[in-house]
Design a protein around this ligand. Structure first.
Ligand code: SAM
Length: 452
């Protein structure tokens, strides 16, 4: 498709590239939308359209199927994505007039040099859908027969077996809504109350989070996070409350002790752990991926934490092979399928296969084995994922404990503030789901006893 930069065109280009490559949507958004000099409004609309299509994909196709003789699965990706982007605007984006939704979508196809018969077909389908929607004849996803969940059937079936139907429905519903942005206050620089004041002074709607101390929710905020007041000064980081609570599971981070974040990524939890260190305690943060490591360093610098945290670009395996140091606590926030964060990364539901879970499990167990060897006697090992799947969570912990009988499971309950304790199950695992208004997470805390 020719590179044009209207928001509809860009959204269609991103979705086609995602369809053709099978790569995560973020890489295409980075290249096609963020890598371009665009007015902020256009960028926001393009992103909104992409994310909306991914959240409503099955529903959009069900609606489309009733207005087109060619079934959606037989259409060329470009036609299909344009129709999905068009229908999304008609059915979900009230602030866009129907005429603009239709005309601009058709224009994007013309700019992509599509033949007249095709633009005519798309125009006709979208106009009929617009008319029938105005007449109230298109039922919403939950009122379709059968209801549309906008998740692959295999995943819904798997969740229904474990969670039951009501909780599965609640999770799917939450995953189909744009979640609010959540901040973690950098309490080393500002108090949560002062940060709330600062946001309110700029007319930004902000409320304290329900579970994590120092968390702030920005309901309905859709602008760039970099333009929020206090971003450049490092007064906060973006982090869901569930992830904020997960860091607390390693606590308390005692004076004079050394701690390790074995899979630091961009530093979400390292930044938080750094703020929790008691006097003289230190944190080492490992991340092998060069792009992530660069962003980890940038984040540590922005929040003013480079004196508390030593970042190292390496794998846990290489680090373990080189060091003789033993740590009082290690966090393994392992790579995972991410089925708990589908509401923030809506493409995950379409990118995953059931056969992915055993592959992740193997890597997760391997990382825990590596971490175990680096832990001092009496040390704490915290294992977290943003997956809802047992293969990656309690089954990994069970395998690990069987292999390492010197470790004992401890309940996560006591480590969490009162409102968050209900997110811990009977076995002591931390297990929020999107139905709690949080990202889906898993956390286990294990303590190393005497050597065997
Ligand atoms: C779930 S992400 C970490 C997220 C991060 N803790 C946060 O809170 O933002 C997992 C990270 O593990 C890294 N990783 C993958 N293999 C690794 C290994 N062998 N050793 C250490 N880190 C690894 C990945 O590059 C990825 O950034």
């Amino acid at each position: 498709m020719k590179n044009t930069s209207s928001p509809r065109s860009l959204a269609i280009q991103v979705l086609v590239a995602w369809h053709d490559s099978g790569e995560v949507i973020a890489s295409h958004l980075d290249r096609i939308v963020f890598g371009r000099d665009l007015p902020a409004r256009d960028r926001q609309l393009a992103v909104h359209l992409v994310r909306g299509v991914l959240r409503q994909l099955q529903y959009l196709d069900r609606v489309l199927a009733s207005y087109s003789k060619t079934p959606p699965e037989k259409m060329k990706p470009l036609t299909l994505m344009a129709l999905r982007v068009g229908i999304l605007q008609l059915l979900f984006l009230d602030r866009i007039p129907a005429s603009a939704a239709v005309n601009e979508t058709v224009k994007a196809l013309r700019q992509a040099r599509q033949p007249r018969w095709l633009t005519g077909f798309v125009n006709g389908v979208l106009r009929r859908i617009a008319r029938e929607h105005q007449e109230g004849r298109i039922p919403p996803p939950g009122k379709m027969d059968p209801p549309v969940r906008n998740h692959p059937d295999w995943l819904v079936t798997r969740w229904e077996k474990r969670f039951g139907r009501p909780l599965t429905e609640a999770i799917c519903t939450a995953n189909n809504l744009e979640p609010s942005l959540c901040l973690r206050t950098n309490t080393l620089k500002i108090s949560p109350d002062e940060l709330l004041h600062l946001l309110h002074r700029k007319d930004i709607k902000a409320t304290p989070g329900r579970f994590a101390p120092g968390s702030i929710i920005l309901p309905g905020h859709s602008g760039a996070v970099t333009s929020l007041p206090g971003f450049d000064e490092g007064l906060f980081q973006i982090q869901d409350e569930a992830a904020q609570l997960a860091s607390l599971l390693l606590g308390p981070l005692r004076a004079g002790q050394n701690y390790l974040d074995g899979c630091a990524g961009l530093g979400g939890k390292s930044l938080h752990l750094a703020a929790l260190l008691e006097h003289g305690a230190a944190l080492t943060a490992l991340e092998p991926d060069s792009r992530r490591f660069r962003l980890l360093r940038e984040n540590l610098r922005r929040l003013g934490l480079l004196d508390r945290v030593t970042p190292a670009q390496t794998t846990l395996e290489d680090f373990s092979a080189r060091t003789t140091e033993r740590f009082a606590g290690i966090l393994v926030d392992a790579p995972c399928s991410g089925t708990g964060v589908i509401r923030r990364q809506p493409d995950i539901r379409w990118n995953r296969k059931a056969t992915d879970f055993p592959r992740y499990r193997e890597k997760q167990l391997h990382l825990l084995d590596q971490a175990a060897a680096l832990l001092a006697s009496g040390g704490v090992l915290v294992y977290t994922t943003c997956s809802l799947e047992p293969e990656e969570n309690e089954e990994v912990v069970a395998d690990f404990l069987e292999k390492h009988p010197q470790f004992q499971l401890q309940s996560c309950r006591e480590l969490l503030p009162e409102p968050a304790r209900k997110l811990v199950d009977r076995e002591g695992f931390f297990r929020p789901t999107p139905a709690d208004g949080l990202d889906g997470f898993f956390g286990a805390r294990m303590v190393r006893g005497d050597e065997d």
